[in-house]
Ligand binder design. Sequence first.
Ligand code: ARG
Length: 417
Amino acid sequence: MADLLKKVKEKTGSAYGDVDKVVLAFSGGLDTSVIASLLQDMGKEVITCTLDLGQQGEFKGIEAKSKKIGCKKHYGLETKKEFVKEYLWPGVKANAMYEGNYPLFTALGRPLIAKKLVEIGKKEGAQAVCHGSTGKGNDQVRIDAGVSALSSMKVIVPVRDWGLTRDEEIVYAKEKGLDVKVTKEKPYSVDENLWGRSIEAGPIEFPEQAVPEDAYEWTKPAEKAPDKPSFVDISFEKGIPVEVSIDGTAYKDEVEMLKALTKAAGEHGVGRIEHMEDRTIGFKSREAYEAPAALTILPAHQDLEKYVLTKDELFHKVYLDNLYSDMVYTGKWFSPLRVAVDKFNDEVESAVTGTVRMKLYKGRASVASRKSANALYSHNVATYDKGSSFDQKEGGAFTKLWLMQYSTAYKMKYGKK
Ligand code: ARG
């Protein structure tokens, strides 16, 4: 114990001399428990803070852990609705999916964590906030940037700044009698919230090996999914889900709808993602995810967009959606461009109202049908049956004019051989 404290003091020097109160983003796991204890050993007052973003683990027990470590105050914040409305739903409008595969659930939660740490820090008169990120991941970037954008508080990131290793943390935790479970059976590092669950570390780090079945907790393997499909009607208003009806049972509350959909789609094996990802910090990492609700809602939303938006809106939105996802991933939530794209989306998405029926079957969520009062599709125009209101003769004049420039250019360039 003395060893770790000595190392930390040497590394820190007088860097945090002016800090006597710290707000720590606390999960109750090994890293943040050790950090809370070490900071107190260094004479700092530690206030812990945990956000409920819908993670399925125990939320109530965390306060007791904080008290046991000796922390003066704990904030357990119910932030599920705020998370959905202010972060997940703008993400849906932007079809947020990093590198085409990762629905950004962890990334979308970090700006809210930064915001709450700053709010509590200001209220409590703390000079610093602290979090348990490592120096290798994306979360350090996301939280640090948020704290800097919203305050002038210091950010202490002990695992990164002090080079804490897992082994020395375990020794310290044992000596101090900290209440942390360190199990060898499941070697995974997991992060979860209402929009998804990530599984990292251990065997996941070997991309040439398949993700072991025991990594998954929210989804069944497709081959064990029911033989009978489920049908989910997702109603959107101005680009966001307002009702989800699963085999006839309707959910209007945003938190309840995500929980119910996670369960139903996971049961059908929908939501597994295996991803080779480019981290902000530059290297590639292999990730495993489960996001049953996201993988049902996002394709439904995208389908509805195709039904009601013009070709130009769709064409340019693909670029902006990509940009948005990249900004969320790389920690640029608190940047003017992200705010501007949100405003663009609010305008474009004001037409995205309607209902999409999704079929959940053997690992896939596919669009079955859609309806909308704003549909730009017209059966009358599109039909090949008799009685179409569209006069085909007009097509001839159109093609001639529309392609005149191209035919001329091609002929000039390649025509005289
Ligand atoms: N790769 C994902 C991301 O960067 C998930 C990371 C989850 N792990 C974590 N320790 N927070 O957003």
